[in-house]
Design a protein. Structure first.
Length: 294
């Protein structure tokens, strides 16, 4: 019987490389929101996978920001650097089709004192796998990786290989969380994230970056959860866009978020969503802390 291993693993990479998709696929539940827009993830989120004799505690981090510098971006970058300083192992993700300057910026952050596994994502999109060889050679010169594992987070390809490599670098330890736990985040936090995901998916390109979600009420009424949530926008003009013609956009955001909540919480949800304006919220350190940003 193999000895018990348990440890923390930071998933890092540039924005939109598939970090949240990987976390959700490994855990088997949507605990980290996903959209095609960059910078969807704003918080550090732990996903816990417990196997016989191994507990993997993955830390999904925001994509490291190299531009759009405001208090929100600084908070997101702090989340990345703090995670790198605290974990047992780092999982660095890149796209299989290219290496760009944003990837190189993240490489500079990789701690030399911790093992780093390179996960080359989206290999399902590369028809000629021989094209991966020059990229891998280039990457091996950038950092002394403990292992390089080609994967597809979306398809679930070679994730067992990734877990096997990760296990080699976890300490021998007691479980960090209960065997049935899948995240360190509360239902209240996840509810706000599900609403924010719908904003990213249903609103135009730029507006979601000027929005956040504040849960004003989260009550358990037997098996029913009663939730009241405010979508916070930066400008009055944004309020109408989020609400939509005849309130249709806001209704759709609420309906789709509620369905996701009911699936994860395994119970009925009564969800009320409205919109309010807080000018300059994303560049106000005090306000960001009140909204749950570190």
């Amino acid at each position: 019987m193999s000895e018990l291993k348990s440890g923390t693993i930071a998933i890092v990479g540039r924005p939109n490389v598939g970090k949240s998709t990987l976390l959700n696929r490994l855990i088997g539940e949507k605990i980290s929101i996903v959209s095609r827009k960059a910078q969807t993830t704003r918080h550090r989120i732990m996903g816990i996978l417990t196997r016989p004799n191994t507990q993997y505690v993955f830390v999904d981090t925001p994509g490291f920001q190299t531009q759009h510098v405001n208090a929100l971006n600084r908070a997101m970058n702090r989340g990345v650097t703090q995670a790198l300083a605290e974990v047992d192992l780092v999982l660095f993700m890149i796209d299989a089709d290219h290496l760009d300057t944003k990837d190189r910026e993240v490489v500079k952050l990789l701690p030399p004192e911790r093992p780093v596994i390179l996960a080359v994502n989206k290999i399902d999109q590369i028809k000629d796998k021989s094209k991966l060889l020059p990229l891998l050679a280039q990457l091996s010169e950038l950092h002394a990786f403990a292992a390089i594992v080609p994967i597809s987070a979306a398809k679930g390809s070679q994730l067992e290989d990734l877990l096997a490599e990760a296990r080699k670098h976890l300490p021998n330890d007691e479980l960090l969380f209960g065997e049935d736990e899948i995240t360190d985040k509360s239902e209240k936090f996840i509810a706000s994230e599900y609403i924010r995901e719908k904003l990213f998916r249903l609103i135009g390109d730029e507006l979601p970056y000027s929005t956040t979600v504040e849960i004003e009420k989260f009550e358990l009424d037997g098996p029913l959860r009663r939730i009241s949530a405010a979508i916070v926008v930066d400008r009055q003009a944004h309020k109408g866009i989020v609400i939509g013609k005849g309130g249709e956009t806001l209704k759709r955001i609420a309906s789709e978020a509620r369905q996701d909540m009911e699936r994860l919480f395994n119970g009925k949800v009564f969800l009320e969503v409205f919109v309010k304006v807080k000018s300059g919220w994303n560049d106000d350190e005090r306000l960001l802390k009140s909204l749950g940003y570190e």
